[in-house]
Design a protein around this ligand. Structure first.
Ligand SMILES: [Fe+2]
Ligand SMILES: [Fe+2]
Length: 176
């Protein structure tokens, strides 16, 4: 599979999670602010380890390599926006992780969680659209087959390392 094909497949899964988050927000709002703890935990896990690490790390590899190619200034501008959006989402996801921990300790952080979920689901579809319409189509124009194969190897490395990062984090958090 080509590197961009892999990222587009991941977007489909992310899109399904966005729908789930949207549904959960309306359930919380209709039930008088009650959240299903296991659903919340599954959503947070997906944001942290699938979106933030697995997906964005691969895209950052692609975007940083593409930035070095003789592409148009308007494409460089979009790449910079996308990298900034990844940073913004990392901060937002870290905020949700902290708010979730406090929530499980009995603090009322549901407002922060919902506000941050809303910020993410309003940004993400536009973010995906920019990647798929403006950036991914030019990748094969600027990278030859060897470079694409190298990029694919780097993507595979990110996937391999993710499982170890996930469980190392879990052990560190359980030790606290
Ligand atoms: Fe992205
Ligand atoms: Fe993406």
């Amino acid at each position: 599979m080509k590197p961009t094909g892999m990222l587009i497949d991941e977007h489909h899964l992310v899109g399904r999670m966005i729908n789930i988050i949207r549904l959960e927000i309306s359930k919380i709002e209709n039930s008088g602010k009650i959240i299903d703890a296991s659903v919340l935990d599954s959503i947070v896990d997906f944001l942290r380890f699938y979106i933030n690490i697995t997906h964005h790390e691969k895209e950052d590899i692609l975007l940083n390599k593409l930035k070095e190619k003789p592409i148009r200034p308007e494409d460089i501008e979009i790449i910079e926006q996308l990298i900034e959006e990844h940073k913004y989402m990392k901060t937002a996801i870290d905020d949700i992780v902290n708010a979730e921990m406090q929530y499980f300790k009995g603090e009322n952080t549901l407002g922060i969680i919902i506000t941050t979920f809303n910020a993410l689901i309003s940004l993400y579809p536009k973010h995906i659209q920019k990647e798929e319409e403006n950036i991914f189509p030019i990748v094969e124009k600027y990278f030859n087959d060897d470079e694409l194969a190298l990029m694919q190897n780097e993507f595979d490395r990110v996937d391999r390392e993710m499982i170890h990062k996930k469980y190392k984090t879990l052990i560190e958090e359980l030790k606290k």
